[in-house]
Design a protein around this ligand. Structure first.
Ligand SMILES: Cc1cc2nc3c(=O)[nH]c(=O)nc-3n(C[C@H](O)[C@H](O)[C@H](O)COP(=O)(O)OP(=O)(O)OC[C@H]3O[C@@H](n4cnc5c(N)ncnc54)[C@H](O)[C@@H]3O)c2cc1C
Length: 379
């Protein structure tokens, strides 16, 4: 595994920093206050190739690997984790599902629009009563002639309202049968397909999270991804890659919070000296830096293995588990180092702290990651 940043990684990191300084930093406080999803930012990210990082160039993507993808998400998340989350969900989930499992015709139809950022993608697995236990979903898809008719609801869906297209997994077989679910591509505007309530969230407030509601929604048979009955198995494979992106998101948050706290600790004077002189503060910084390095190694290792075409079921779960727990700890310590100012919106620490918590929940909670890891080591 290459431990020094490649030319592509260095170029991507600089491009993201430049983009963030102009198009994100001046506006992020307002987006966070008002929970605005800045859709135009994602169209612009598309122009930079960041909405189709993993999509081959023949489908209009950037054609990079996971290593470059991790760098892009981490750099974006150092600036605004909400933008990092939305970029990751678009690339890994909706676009990733189509890239990995759709037919050639479906790829040619949807990937160029998604990879260019012209269209925003959503991915619907979670339901109000089935989150960790997603395989127990209740949204149904029943064959009627040459259409499937969908009824039910999905919740916590990133870009559920603004997404132009969604990949949705629904039940086509018996409850309890892991081959009783099928993935569909559903375009916004399809009758019977609506966005429901938008969540009012603790953090990640510029990333849109809404319900999806299906009422006798007729979806043509040709919008089935892969084989009928393979939807849940496909989703688990998509999540193996997706978890690397949440590890990258976590890494960026931890790095952003740490860098802000490090700088502040050198500037803030108490007892006539910078607070970084106190061992109580410098040891916190030492722990934060060490944990970030360890999270980075696990994340880039999973990315490197994925780029080599190896199975990353265990490695992506380990990276996601560790990096997400680290980002919560590091952003908590960052608030502590900022003291009272860390508790205000005048400094970046409180936002990293609020945003960080999503990472131990989304795309499988920490408990579910442990379940995945335990399964692989006990088999
Ligand atoms: C901001 C945001 C964006 C999201 N985006 C999407 C999206 O785009 N698409 C999508 O499909 N979903 C999305 N989700 C949903 C997310 O994946 C789920 O919230 C997550 O999988 C947990 O499900 P749940 O919320 O129903 O919690 P539950 O499954 O109800 O879990 C509650 C608690 O019980 C624990 N628990 C559950 N089962 C076990 C077990 N077997 N052993 C031990 N502990 C267990 C959990 O770890 C957790 O602590 C998003 C969520 C959020 C908050």
């Amino acid at each position: 595994m290459e431990l020094v940043a490649t030319e592509n990684q260095t170029m991507i990191a600089q491009m993201v920093r430049d983009f963030g300084a102009t198009h994100i930093k001046p506006f992020m406080r307002e987006w966070d206050d008002t929970q605005e999803f800045p859709v135009e930012v994602f169209h612009k990210l598309g122009e930079l190739g960041l909405m189709g990082v993993l999509v081959p160039q023949e489908y209009g993507g950037a054609g990079f690997g996971y290593t470059e993808y991790v760098t892009a998400i981490a750099e974006l998340s150092k600036i605004d984790p909400s933008i990092g989350l939305s970029m990751a969900a678009h690339n890994s989930l909706c676009t990733g599902h189509i890239l990995q499992h759709a037919s050639e015709e479906q790829k040619r139809k949807y990937l160029p629009k998604l990879a260019s950022g012209e269209w925003i993608g959503a991915w619907g697995l979670t339901e109000p009563n089935t989150g960790s236990d997603a395989g127990n979903m209740r949204t149904t898809a029943v064959l009627d002639g040459d259409h499937y008719v969908l009824n039910g609801a999905k919740n916590f869906i990133t870009h559920g309202k603004s997404g132009n297209v969604a990949v949705v997994i629904a039940r086509t077989g018996e409850v309890g049968d892991s081959h009783g679910m099928t993935a569909f591509i559903i375009e916004r505007g399809t009758p019977g397909f609506e966005a429901g309530r938008k969540e009012d969230k603790l953090g990640m407030r510029a990333s849109e999270t809404t319900e999806l509601i299906f009422t006798d929604c007729r979806v043509p048979k040709e919008n089935v991804i892969g084989k009928v009955g393979d939807g849940f198995v496909q989703a688990l494979k998509v999540l193996d890659g997706g978890r690397i992106s949440i590890a990258a998101l976590s890494l960026g948050i931890a790095q952003g919070a740490y860098e802000a706290a490090l700088q502040y600790s050198k500037e803030r004077q108490q007892f006539n000296q910078p607070i970084s002189n106190f061992q109580g503060i410098s040891f916190k910084l030492a722990d934060m830096a060490t944990e970030i390095e360890a999270a980075s190694l696990l994340t880039y290792r999973a990315a490197d293995m994925k780029d080599q075409g190896l199975s990353v079921n265990r490695e992506s779960a380990m990276a996601k588990l560790y990096a997400s727990e680290v980002c919560v700890r590091v952003s908590n310590e960052a608030v502590q180092i900022f003291g009272g100012y860390g508790y205000t919106k005048d400094y970046p620490a409180e936002k990293f702290y609020r945003d960080s918590k999503l990472c131990t929940i989304g795309e499988g909670t920490s408990e579910i990651q442990k379940l995945v890891i335990a399964r692989t080591i006990l088999k």
